[in-house]
Design a protein around this ligand. Sequence first.
Ligand code: F6P
Length: 545
Amino acid sequence: MTALRNDSVWQRLVAHSERLQGRRIEALFDADPARFERYSHRAGGVLLDYSKNLLDDAAREDLLALAESRDVAGWRERLFAGEHINNTEDRAVLHVALRQPGVSRPVDGYDAGEAVARELERMTAFAEAVRSGEATGISGRAFTDVVSIGIGGSDLGPRLIADVLAPWAAGGPRLHFVSNADGAEVATVLRGLDPETTLFVVASKSGGTRETLLNAETAIAWFGNGADRAEVLARHFAGVSASQDKLADLGIAAERRFRLWDWVGGRYSLWSAVSLPVMMHLGPSIFREFLAGGADMDRHFREAPAEENLPVLLALLNVWNTTAMGAASQAILPYDWRLRRLPDYLQQAEMESNGKRVTREGEPVSTHTGVVLWGRSGIDGQHAFYQFLHQGTQVVPADLICAVADEDDLPEHRRELLANCLAQSRAMMLGVDEETVRAELAADGISGDRLDLLAAHRVHEGNRPTNTLLLDRLDATGLGRLVALYEHRIFVEGVIWGINSFDQWGVQLGKTLAGELRGALQPGADAGTFDGSTTGLLGVIRGGG
Ligand code: F6P
């Protein structure tokens, strides 16, 4: 594929970005009273308003042309067809199959759709047995608590689902998560639990992640020296992995081993048995609604023309704002407390997928790729980092996300969220100019040097691009749509940048080096040979601080 920098459509886009420097977003509205209608689209229950971007018709036309010149439609079909588009690991990328159990999807000589349906039935049966009290611990008591042990993609997604769908949780065990290697987390979680009534689900796509195995061993040890390890594992543990052998090595009973496949990337695995603890907590039918929401977005992504295709538009806008216009990061600002973990979840999804320095063909990339993605609940962010968004020297394009429906029957609160969400994107676009600031200060009786000083401090440049995503409802279907929307956005960005979004070689080096240092930290071990800084730090640690 042509390097992006050499793509003639890209070169036109760079020219557009230069042409638009100095133009104001609000002026684009003045010139086109129908801008909102022409720069917003709805798919299912999701409305994307991208009118508050510094983008005009000519630039948008070329952005859409870029999707064609980079063959987004072709890559999309390769994805859905189960081709091995993860070329460095020689794997298909078929997390979409997880959201349509039973729909035939031949891959690598078998039907992924059938395999997914079978596994979903097993998950459902086990989740129901736990919920009903039919599955019990060693003492015969029903499980009151389930602990998910996993990290990264085997943790962030299930946490997100559990938070968002909490209002629908009824009748299941309480849910807890342990991800960190710091013993403080596992100790804190276990402190409040009773071993007799606790079930652990160990989730690791690879089956070999050190942090997860360490936490699993600590959980096994928690049952005490007197407990029979095999019995503890058989009655109190289940496991999820693409490596059934590794689960067997850990000692997890065959009927409690759940399957992942190598065509599901870890950061795309929340649609799989990795979410088994969430299914136990919420109930299988809600989890299936979540899957159905994802499938709904898949259909839209596959069928809608680019100019109405929400994931394609979001990807093009992000490439526009970052690679063409030069923004270094993007903020995700959910105006919904239940979505407070969405920035964390998307941070892994975007940065592990698209933080790549070479193209699919192994050539150095010709432009920046990926984006520093960060954020937190918008309302809380307003009282933390919005100063930077409004008056900092860097432009941070932002996605503001909110739902119209109020699930808590607290309409005053919902109005507050919506008012702030709309106000912030408006403030980021409009800012406030010096003339207005001066008039306001003068009206307050301020004049002279004091007025000059305060005017300088009060000006907001504005012209900061935002997208607003308005969901009809943030229920299981709505969440499924939203997550799939961002997954596909990330995929389309990767296609445009010409990279493989589905490997993560950059995480390996640190893991290898941690192994060497783990050895050097063992009591009595040889200090080893490291760089000067590491040797110095090790010396302090080994000396006791
Ligand atoms: O180290 C990064 C990573 O490999 C992620 O890609 C993954 O989501 C996480 O670790 C956990 O991996 P696993 O599910 O194999 O334990």
